[in-house]
Each structure stands twice: as C-alpha cells, then as structure tokens.
Design a protein around this ligand. Structure first.
Ligand code: KIV
Length: 263
C-alpha cells in the first residue's frame, strides 16, 4: 500500500516519481500492474473520457464515480482525486463536502489548482487529515483567464508569482505540487527551493517527478499532442486496425469460426 509519505521518501532518495492519470478500472489495473508510483483521477476526465472541450464541466459527482472505479483496481497504488472547477471556491462547507465525497469514494488525497484566495481552505483540508497536492503554473480551470493552454511564467513577474504560490502551498502543508507547462528553468528553481516533491507536466526534466495523461501517453487522445507529451504507443491506430480486422472478418463471414461457436 502506498501513501503520501512515500513521496517525501522518494524526494529524499533522489528517486524520480512517475505518476499517470487513470479514470476507470481498466486504466487503473493497467497502471497497477506497471511500475508507476501513483494515480491521479484528474478532472481531465471531462475531456479525455467525456469529450468536453475543457475541464470546466467536471463535477464532484463525475470525479467521485471515476475515483470509485479507479480505486477498485488500483491494487494499493496511491490514488489522488482532483477537486473540480469551483468546488473549493464556494466556501469552506462546500469544499469540505467535495473533499468528503472524494475521500469516501476511496481517494487518499485531493489535488486542487492555485492557492490565491483559498489558503484557508487548503489549510483546513490538511488539518482535517486529508493530504493535498497543489497545482501551479498552467491551471486548466483558469483557461478563460489564461486565454488558452499556453506556457506560464515566461516573464520575471509571473515566474516570481508562481514561485511564491509554490512556497505558500508548501507552508500550508501540501505533500507535493504539480507544476504544469512552465519553462524548465522555472520548475527547476521551484524544485530546488522546496522540500516537498514537485511533479512536472510540460515543466522540463528537473522536477522530482512527472505526470502524463493516460490517453496522451498511449496515443489514444484526440487531436495533436502538446510538445511535452511523449507517446509510448500509437494506441488509437492499433485499436482502429483491430476493429477493421474484426469488421472484415464479420463481413467475409470468417468470424465466428467453429471453435468460437457452441455445438
Ligand atoms: O486533470 C489532470 O489530468 C491534471 C494533470 C494534467 C496534472 O491535472
């Protein structure tokens, strides 16, 4: 059974942390059988599983449903669940209801984006015994403010703000911080300053760990991959080839064969 304490141990040992998102029992089982360290039920589920254009339509109920499916097959890997858009911006009670739903669904920790304006909520969640993973840099829940999925922290001013957010999240007690889509030098600076592990996505090679979206990594995502994605499989074309082979066998009456039929 993995816990958030393993993250600190990995950082102390200089051992890079490999995370991947998972959304259902199948993806969790695949990750559970592999050497990845922890799973994130990300609000990216709204995009890659439900086909929405942004993560803004993810809800607590959606995340809870997918968290329960992931936990059933996670085989003892740490499962972190995302707090979706606005669920921690409507006051403490609403935030704690959302946390309760995700933790009673089986997640061992929650992740939330940003920190400005919800410091008290982060502190309260952590003091309630729920580990929190921070998320800074590109925050997809701020897509309308950011004007698109673009690299953050290219100017000194914004870079300093992101560093400050990282320090605040560490001071509040976050056990790890995701840094998304920033220049590698900025992620390296934050990683060197912090005691808690940083998990990068599009943040260069100097963070304490990396995370990728399951569908991106396996080449079953829609559309072109961002620069920071490395595809380890061309999954979509493999699946299409298999489906075409099946359809060809059916139309040519080669499937089912006698051994695939009952006497
Ligand atoms: O929702 C998600 O998949 C994420 C990762 C990209 C870190 O937040």
């Amino acid at each position: 059974m993995q816990t958030v304490r393993d993250f600190a141990r990995f950082k102390a040992a200089g051992r890079a942390i490999a995370m991947v998102t998972a959304y259902d029992a199948w993806s969790a089982r695949a990750a559970a059988g592999a050497n990845v360290d922890a799973l994130l039920v990300g609000d990216s589920v709204a995009m890659v599983v439900h086909g929405h254009p942004t993560t803004l339509t993810a809800s607590v109920e959606m995340l809870a449903l997918h968290t329960r499916a992931v936990v059933r097959a996670a085989g003892g890997k740490l499962v972190v669940a995302d707090l979706p858009f606005l669920s921690y911006r409507k006051g403490l009670c609403a935030a704690m209801d959302a946390v309760e739903t995700l933790i009673t669904s089986g997640a061992q920790a929650v992740k939330l984006e940003g920190v400005d304006g919800h410091e008290d909520i982060v502190r309260h969640i952590i003091r309630s015994g729920v580990p929190v993973m921070g998320h800074i840099g590109l925050m997809p829940q701020h897509i309308h403010e950011a004007g698109g999925y673009r690299v953050q922290g290219r100017t000194d001013l914004v870079a300093d703000t992101i560093c400050q957010q990282a320090r605040t999240l560490e001071d509040l007690g976050c056990f790890a911080i995701v840094i998304e889509c920033v220049p590698g030098s900025l992620a390296a600076r934050i990683t060197a300053e912090l005691h808690v592990p940083t998990i990068g996505i599009g943040a260069g090679g100097d963070t304490d760990g990396q995370i990728l979206v399951f569908h991106d990594l396996l080449g079953v995502g829609t559309g072109p991959s961002p620069r920071f994605v490395r595809r380890y499989l061309e999954g979509e074309s493999l699946v299409t080839t298999a489906l075409n082979a099946y359809a060809a066998d059916v139309t040519a009456r080669r499937f089912p064969a006698d051994e695939e039929s009952y006497a």
